[in-house]
Each structure stands twice: as structure tokens, then as C-alpha cells.
Design a binder for this molecule. Structure first.
Ligand SMILES: Cc1cc2nc3c(=O)[nH]c(=O)nc-3n(C[C@H](O)[C@H](O)[C@H](O)COP(=O)(O)OP(=O)(O)OC[C@H]3O[C@@H](n4cnc5c(N)ncnc54)[C@H](O)[C@@H]3O)c2cc1C
Length: 479
């Protein structure tokens, strides 16, 4: 059973961190910095400030911090873009070090001919894609989670996004290798740069979705994809069931691989977009699909014809393409900024975002039952979904503590509903502290036991982000 350092140990660790990383603002203990780094506007799980925030500039810095953490038994939490949603980077009650990697944000190497790129963990996916575009390189990195997310955090959460229907998730092969500092202080590189390798276990994957509990990523080689022309379309439906059955049929045609994204926005979300003032002409308030179709001009034309035909046979009441690049950009922004539209239309409210995923055919039932449940509980919400993957987010509004408790209970019911449909408690946001209690129900005790075995082997002192992914009661340390 690991035990953690005393307050005196934490004080000594901070002193030693100051000596090891001299320079302005490298080691921060101001209440503002501790608060910002330990809590999030996107998470309503109980949070706890860290004892100290350390800004890393290199792999060597990370090794030094990890060694000090081990010497004084002070837990350590990696921090990237801070866009994660389930309390992933909150502090530890007996004292903790927040290791902020956001300044390690350089692109180190672009191998255009090989279609890969090496970068530091603080590089943001949007900056990587803007850099490639600015340099005239016809490639991009297709994982697209929240605005501001970094490569380290994206690996940490096992993220995905709107592009997942075509390109898969972080758990596909988008990371050719990663450099990781282990709890022992050893630095490993999981693989070389070859596109494929069957040399032993897939140690890269071990760290994808590990939420900083097994190692701290200090470099990654990303696989890139060719940038392909796209066309954006919108289809509206009388209900979610018709929308989802249209998507299933489209994805199963030979034109399915040309669908880059297909997103569902429910009628409440469409109303929020209208009233948030982000569109010139309001949309009809109906369950809506947004499509991004990709390919050569001919394949976009053929795919568009098939999409239009299929949505019509499934009762679509309105179908239209964005007429210009600008309109396409606007249509897509409306989807990407769903969270902010929901907030803007309910001044004074906060939003709890949750995320579950089920086999696609179960999605209409899940959405229907969830909307009914939320209405019965008197809660307002909007729904957005990466419908091609069966992944949906309920953005549930609340104003006070009582409503917050109601939201928590509704999320709990939603997660159970999803697991009962052979789904998962999280399609892409990860476990953090918010979803730990569901892992045994979803995966079974023996599978969770295997995760514990791996964790104990790599981090026997349980110093790396304790309480995340695993239930805190199984962590053993002092709380
Ligand atoms: C408006 C909005 C929309 C979103 N949409 C999506 C979406 O479509 N799809 C999706 O998947 N997610 C989405 N998210 C969630 C979020 O963007 C992702 O979880 C993202 O991957 C987190 O990256 P980050 O850099 O912000 O990580 P952080 O929040 O900084 O950290 C996340 C976790 O990774 C760990 N970590 C961070 N850096 C490292 C490192 N170098 N080494 C090891 N561990 C590390 C942290 O300790 C933590 O446990 C959304 C969030 C918001 C606010």
C-alpha cells in the first residue's frame, strides 16, 4: 500500500524543484496558478488544488521533476491544454505537483515524404494543422477534440472528434511512437518511425487513454493524412430514429468511406444555435445531420447524390449543400461551437457535458429515453452526437446546487442506460474522476484487475495522477 509524503515532504519537494528548475515562473505556488491548474470550468466533479505547478521545457526537466516526486512521495499530474472534462487533472489531497507541459509546444520535424511529424506534447492539434497549411504541405492530422487540446492530453484521454467516422480515434494508428518518462525516471521510446511494426507488445497503446497514470509523454511522432477536398451538407428529419437509420444506410454503401464526418444536433441544439446569434438565417428547429463529404470532385458528386437519395427515403424534410467555402466553414463552426451556443442562450446557467457511446443501431433509443428522462427531471439540455460512431454528448444546464445534484443523477442514469445497451461510459472524453465508478460494470472485474496489475507494475508507488481511471478507494494511498 503506497503512502504519500507529509506536508513537510511536500515543502522540501517544492524547495528542491526550485533548485532543479531555476528561472522565472518555472515553479509556481501562487493561489491563482494552483487553482487554475487544479480545477476546470468544464468539470463539476469535486476538485482539489495542487501544491505546486512546474513548467517543463524539456524531457530532462520532466525526469528531474519525476525523480523529486518519487524522492518525497508527492504525486504528479501532467497538464496540457486543460480541455478535458472529467476532472482529469485535479490535484491530490495530501499534496501534488502539477507538471504543465504546455510550453513544450514545438514541431520538431516534418517528414512530408513519409507523411509524419514529430512534436512536443504541448503542441496543439489546430496549430499543427495551421502550420502544415501555411507551409503548403498537403497533409493534416485528423484527430480533432476540443479547441486548444494538446497532443499529450489527446494521447492521455484517447481522444477523437468529428473526423472519427472516417479516420478513427487516438486508439487507431495515428501515433507512430511516443517518448515517455516513466515513474522510475527512465525515458523510453515506444517504437521507431516505420509505418508499421509487429515487434512485440504495442507499448504506444499502453499510454493512450492512460490519463498520465503510467507515464508522461514528452515527444510523439504523428502519422498524417492527405488533405482532401470536402463539401458540407445538412439534412433535417422529423426524429432522431429516421436520421440515424439514414446514416447507417449511407455508411454501409460503397460511398461510406467518403463520409468524413456526420454529426447529429437535436432540435434543442438547433434552437440554441439560432438564438446564440451565430447564424444570419435561422435554421428550422428539427433534428439535424451535418455531413462532411470528401474526395475528388467526381466522388463528392456521386456520394452527394447517394446521400441525398438515402436521406429522402428516410423522411428528410430539408437537404442542402453549403453553396460556398465560406458557408461550409460557417456551417461546420456551428457544430464545433455547440457548447458555447448552449451556454450563450442560457445566461446565468452552467453546462455539464457528458459523453457515452453505443452501437449505432441503439443510438435512437438511447437519445429518446435520455430526452424523456431529462424532461421528467425538469432539466434543460441540448444533444450533439458523432452519430456515425454512436457517440453522443448531452449538454445539461443547471443554475444552482440543487439542479447540479439533479444533473449528476441524470448523468448516472444515462451512463447505466448506455452500458446496458452494450455501450461505454465514455466514447472519447475518458474516465478522469467522473467515470471511475462505471469501469467494473462496463468491463468486468477481471479486466479492471488487469489494468491494476499493469499500473502496479509500472507505478508501484502510485504517484502518477492517482485517483484517475482507477477508483480512488482502490488506490490505497492516504486521502
Ligand atoms: C468545447 C469542447 C469540445 C470538446 N470536444 C471533444 C471531442 O469532440 N472529442 C474528444 O475526444 N474530446 C473533446 N473534448 C475534450 C478534450 O478536448 C479532450 O479530452 C482532449 O484530448 C484533452 O486534451 P488536453 O490537452 O486539453 O488535455 P488535459 O486536459 O490537459 O489533460 C487530459 C489528461 O491527459 C493527461 N496528460 C496531459 N498531458 C500529458 C502528457 N504529456 N503525458 C501524459 N499525460 C498527459 C492529463 O494528466 C489528464 O489526465 C472537448 C472539450 C471541450 C471543452
Amino acid at each position: 500500500m503506497p503512502t504519500y509524503g507529509s506536508p513537510e515532504d511536500v515543502r522540501k519537494a517544492i524547495e528542491e524543484l526550485r533548485d532543479a528548475l531555476p528561472g522565472k515562473n518555472r515553479v509556481q505556488t501562487s493561489p491563482e496558478s494552483l487553482q487554475v491548474h487544479g480545477s476546470s470550468d468544464h468539470s463539476y466533479h469535486p476538485s482539489c488544488s495542487h501544491s505546486v505547478v512546474v513548467m517543463a521545457h524539456s524531457t530532462d526537466d520532466v525526469v528531474k521533476v519525476v525523480n523529486i516526486s518519487r524522492k518525497y512521495r508527492v504525486p504528479i499530474t501532467a497538464y496540457g491544454g486543460a480541455t478535458s472534462i472529467e476532472g482529469h487533472f485535479t490535484g491530490f489531497p495530501s499534496g501534488s505537483i502539477c507538471l504543465d507541459l504546455s510550453a513544450m509546444n514545438s514541431i520538431l520535424e516534418i517528414n512530408e515524404a513519409d507523411g509524419d511529424l514529430r512534436c512536443q506534447p504541448g503542441a496543439k492539434w489546430e496549430d499543427i494543422n495551421n502550420t502544415l497549411k501555411d507551409r503548403g504541405i498537403p497533409l493534416f492530422f485528423p484527430l480533432d477534440p476540443g479547441p486548444g487540446a494538446t497532443i499529450g492530453g489527446m494521447i492521455g484521454t484517447g481522444c477523437s472528434g468529428t473526423n472519427a467516422v472516417r479516420y478513427g480515434t487516438a486508439k487507431a494508428e495515428w501515433f507512430l511512437n511516443i517518448t515517455v518518462v516513466l515513474p522510475s525516471g527512465k525515458v523510453i521510446k515506444t517504437r521507431r518511425r516505420a509505418r508499421k511494426s509487429s515487434a512485440g507488445f504495442d507499448t504506444t497503446k499502453l499510454f493512450i487513454g492512460a490519463e498520465g497514470t503510467l507515464g508522461i509523454i514528452t515527444e510523439a511522432t504523428l502519422r498524417l493524412a492527405p488533405r482532401v477536398p470536402t463539401k458540407v451538407a445538412m439534412a433535417q428529419f422529423p426524429d432522431v430514429e429516421k436520421a440515424v437509420s439514414a446514416v447507417q444506410q449511407i455508411l454501409n454503401t460503397p460511398y461510406g468511406p467518403n463520409i468524413q464526418c456526420v454529426e447529429l444536433l437535436d432540435d434543442h441544439m438547433m434552437a440554441a444555435i439560432n438564438t446564440a446569434g451565430v447564424v444570419d438565417t435561422p435554421y428550422p428547429v428539427q433534428d439535424t445531420l451535418f455531413f462532411k463529404i470528401q474526395g475528388s470532385p467526381e466522388s463528392i458528386r456521386d456520394t452527394s447524390n447517394v446521400v441525398q437519395e438515402i436521406v429522402q427515403t428516410h423522411g428528410s424534410t430539408r437537404f442542402e449543400f453549403a453553396a460556398t467555402e465560406e458557408e461550409a466553414g460557417e456551417m461546420w463552426e456551428n457544430r464545433k461551437y455547440a457548447f458555447f451556443s448552449t451556454l450563450a442562450t442560457h445566461p446565468g446557467s452552467k453546462v455539464w457535458t457528458t459523453d457515452v457511446c453505443v452501437p449505432v443501431s441503439r443510438l435512437p433509443q438511447l437519445v429518446y429515453e435520455t430526452k424523456e428522462d431529462l424532461a421528467k427531471a425538469g432539466l434543460k439540455s441540448t444533444i450533439v452526437g458523432h452519430v456515425g460512431d454512436g457517440n453522443f454528448h448531452a449538454l445539461i444546464l443547471f443554475k444552482d446546487e440543487e439542479e447540479l445534484r439533479n444533473v449528476g443523477a441524470a448523468v448516472h442514469r444515462l451512463v447505466h442506460r448506455a452500458i446496458q445497451m452494450d455501450g461505454t461510459c465514455t466514447g472519447e472524453h475518458g474516465v478522469g474522476v467522473g467515470k471511475t465508478e462505471y469501469l467494473v460494470e462496463e468491463l468486468g472485474e477481471d479486466t479492471v484487475e488487469l489494468m491494476k496489475t499493469v499500473k502496479n507494475a509500472i507505478d508501484p508507488l502510485n504517484l502518477f495522477n492517482p485517483g484517475k481511471v482507477r477508483n480512488p478507494t482502490s488506490d490505497g494511498g492516504q486521502r
